[in-house]
Design a protein. Structure first.
Length: 282
């Protein structure tokens, strides 16, 4: 990272901090620093969280209700930061056995308007992510039925895009009692093409996370954390690092950021397709 750029702080890819650990997150922000355990080395890294040392706070969650009601003082803790962006994920599976700890999709989509009002719709991203397929009784099921409702909700708020991805079936997922179905590339492309057409009816572009094979059918390949975009959106247009984050997957186009989450904070959302550390019921 160039010395003149301030770091982007991500909270978090590792667990749902705004939705499930709002008090913890508020306390960390108010303390202005945090020791973060690195997932592979186990080493502790001291992260400076003082507002004048942070370019952007990127908050990711499936439920921003705790933030919106200022649980633990989280909303107030964000006030000193010059730029905060929100990424809200909805799959339509909330409350099902695949996402037992997640609110239903209608309640989640209702958070879009108040979130957009906090820092402007340009700093709000709606993620229809992941698209999941599984088998029950010999039939293949998915969450694709929610696509149009997601697109409609995004359009009402004035969003210009929706992010999507297909679930990547990791080995640990196969041990969670679900018979996953991973569509072959051609089927994924056909599904994506239909979604692109549907989104266009609402004036939306679809952007893909680690989905380069979908680019030919109209899914733009962009990073979820885009340093160039964050610099453009910054109130003072401060530069941010825009090179590839070497800590992410090979197909990932995200710019460097510092994730302050921890796999030690098991996520109570309990999503059975999660690559991280969901808190699964016995």
């Amino acid at each position: 990272m160039a010395p003149e750029t301030l770091p982007v702080i991500c909270a978090s890819r590792r667990t749902d901090l705004p939705g499930r650990y709002p008090v913890w997150l508020a306390q960390a922000l108010c303390a202005r620093q945090l020791h973060v355990r690195q997932p592979y080395t186990g080493r502790l890294r001291l992260v400076d969280l003082s507002p004048d040392s942070v370019h952007t706070l990127v908050l990711l969650s499936k439920d921003f209700a705790p933030l919106l009601r200022d649980e633990g003082g989280l909303r107030a803790a964000l006030e000193p930061y010059e730029q905060v962006t929100f990424q809200l994920t909805v799959t339509g599976l909330g409350g099902t056995r695949l996402e037992p700890g997640v609110s239903n999709a209608a309640d989640t989509l209702a958070q879009l308007q108040p979130l957009a009002a906090l820092r402007g719709p340009e700093r709000l991203t709606l993620r229809y992510d992941p698209i999941v397929h599984w088998r029950e009784g010999g039939e293949v099921y998915s969450n694709l039925a929610w696509a149009e409702r997601v697109f409609a909700a995004a359009a009402v708020v004035g969003l210009a895009r929706v992010r999507l991805s297909f679930a990547q079936v990791y080995a640990k997922m196969k041990r969670r009692g679900v018979e996953w179905y991973d569509p072959p590339p051609q089927e994924k492309a056909e599904i994506a093409a239909r979604l692109v057409e549907s989104a266009a009816l609402y004036g939306l572009e679809l952007h893909g996370c680690c989905q380069p094979s979908l680019e030919p059918v109209g899914v733009r390949r962009t990073g979820c954390v885009d340093g160039a975009e964050l610099a453009r959106l910054h109130p003072r247009h401060l530069p941010a690092a825009s090179t590839k984050d070497r800590g992410q997957r090979g197909d990932c186009l995200c710019s460097p950021s510092i994730d302050i989450g921890s796999y030690d904070l098991a996520c109570p959302n309990g999503c059975l397709y999660c690559y991280a550390n969901p808190r699964l019921s016995a």
